[in-house]
Design a binder for this molecule. Structure first.
Ligand SMILES: [Zn+2]
Length: 217
């Protein structure tokens, strides 16, 4: 039986509970994106010191989403392919303890989910994405870098160049068409519309990798 944490939130943190969730409903599985979404470019900043906290938060550059959310992201990638572009992914599933760490450092609810609410990233339902040109791998210009905590990150921010406006609109259009909802404070952040169906998780990437290899045996 899952007990609430100090913030009265139910956060699933054991692999046994996670496995039970998957047995009850296969949609609960966190799918590893690097193999599931063809040509997805991973740029997992929280596994490096190149992020807003200037320290590595993750122990490895991993990216997972719940099964239907991963399927939606794959549809976005196929849609974008018609334009010769693809997704660059900064973050997907994020363990709850990482969210607690972010909030301790940033301390602003506009830019970091508070521990008493948790993030939709903790549910395996959110992604932080940008666009790349598939042929060259070149990152397409956007209004700001990822995690730029300024008003220029707001999705309707102006002025921007025509090229930037077009890229931002292409990303927003493709994601929206496949069931994602943008957070207006960050052009890169999207929640899948089914996020409320999924629990908050605090499983490390090492735990997830161990679960996956366990299932293959
Ligand atoms: Zn995000």
């Amino acid at each position: 039986m899952l007990a609430p944490n100090a913030h009265r939130l139910y956060v699933l943190s054991s692999t046994a509970h996670y496995q039970q969730e998957i047995d009850e409903n296969p949609d609960n599985e966190l799918v590893e994106l690097v193999t599931y979404v063809p040509d997805l470019v991973l740029d997992i900043r929280y596994a490096t010191a190149n992020n807003v906290l200037a320290e590595a938060i993750y122990d490895r550059p991993a990216a997972y989403l719940r099964r239907p959310v991963a399927a939606a992201l794959r549809e976005v990638q196929e849609e974008l392919r018609k334009l010769g572009i693809g997704l660059q992914l900064f973050d997907a599933y994020r363990p709850y303890s990482a969210t607690v760490r972010f909030y301790e450092k940033i301390g602003d609810e506009t830019y970091a989910a508070p521990p008493w609410r948790g993030s939709r990233h903790n549910r395996g339902c959110s992604v932080d994405v940008a666009l790349v040109e598939l042929a060259t791998g070149r990152t397409l210009p956007m209004p700001t870098d990822f995690d730029d905590l300024t008003p220029a990150a707001h999705t309707i921010y102006e002025p921007v160049t025509e090229e930037v406006r077009r890229n931002r609109a292409t990303l927003l259009g493709a994601m929206t068409q496949h069931g994602f909802v943008n957070y207006s404070g960050e052009w890169w952040h999207f929640d899948h519309q089914q996020w409320a169906d999924f629990t908050l998780l605090d499983l490390s990437f090492a735990q997830l990798a161990a679960c996956q290899s366990g299932r293959l045996e």
